[in-house]
Ligand binder design. Structure first.
Ligand code: 6PG
Length: 255
């Protein structure tokens, strides 16, 4: 298992650690480059982290005026749709902090269309935005200062699901993918861009992820069995787990 693993008694303590890392990385990025580029995770796990960052002890100390927020992936639905990652992040964080609206970069514009051509156009547009806004890595990929990721119980991350062709994308920074298992179109950062990041933080919480985490942490498991195992950035990788998600890893290690 690549990266640094930290296990916390509960999600609140996990979120305190991630918020602290966010602040350290943001301060360093602004000091070194005058700007902080971060890609947010979707799903439900990060909501409480985002809400924590709204509290004055974090909110007031973060460089929102020099922060650009992007998304690691998006469901191809309108921004006010219940499934939208943009909506979740806006409700939990972005509408409560003093980030200039022009520095929040939604991933999906439904006006371009919600079927294959529209979604692929969205992906091309977002990739062009990243190329324009972010510094390039040595491999020519846009380089985020921090990418937040979650993990599904099938080992997916962002919208990089098992058995989908996007897993093998080697050039494009952003791609569209029809996810048959969910019968929906998704957009996602690809592994070349995720792995070009200076920092990646994977947040995993809850009993439902525990068996998959034990498999991923086990040396017996093939390194490419699950999509999330392909997250191997040139920068720093941190796994933040709560006790419930990590509970079988110890048992695996003792075995
Ligand atoms: C998404 C996310 C996805 C998520 C995992 C975990 O758009 O759904 O990017 O990769 O991180 O599915 O989701 P939960 O946090 O809801 O368990």
């Amino acid at each position: 298992m690549n990266g640094y693993l930290q296990v916390f008694d509960d999600v609140a303590r996990l979120n305190e650690a991630v918020a602290h890392q966010w602040r350290l990385i943001a301060d360093a990025a602004v000091r070194d480059r005058g700007v902080f580029h971060i890609a947010l995770a979707g799903g439900s796990t990060p909501r409480k982290l985002y809400e924590r960052l709204v509290q004055p002890d974090y909110c007031d100390g973060l460089p929102w005026n020099l922060t650009h927020v992007y998304f690691g992936d998006e469901r191809c639905v309108p921004q006010d749709h219940a499934d939208s990652n943009y909506r979740m992040a806006s409700e939990a964080l972005l509408s409560h902090v003093p980030i200039p609206p022009s520095q929040v970069h939604a991933m999906f514009d439904p006006s371009l269309g919600v079927k294959k051509n529209g979604v692929e156009k969205n992906a091309d547009n977002y990739a062009a935005l990243l190329a324009d806004q972010l510094p390039a890595s040595s491999s020519g990929q846009p380089m985020f200062d921090l990418i937040l990721l979650g993990m599904g119980d099938d080992g997916h991350t962002a919208s990089l699901f098992p058995g989908t062709t996007i897993l093998d994308e080697t050039n494009r920074a952003v791609a569209a993918q029809f996810v048959r298992k969910l019968d929906v179109w998704r957009m996602s950062l690809t592994f070349p861009t995720i792995n070009a990041a200076r920092n990646v933080a994977i947040l995993v919480a809850g009993e439902g992820k525990a068996h998959r985490m034990a498999e991923i942490a086990s040396s017996e498991t093939s390194k490419s069995r699950y999509p999330i195992q392909r997250v191997n950035p040139t920068g720093r990788l941190d796994w933040y787990l709560d006790h419930d998600a990590a509970q079988y890893i110890a048992r695996e290690a003792d075995a």
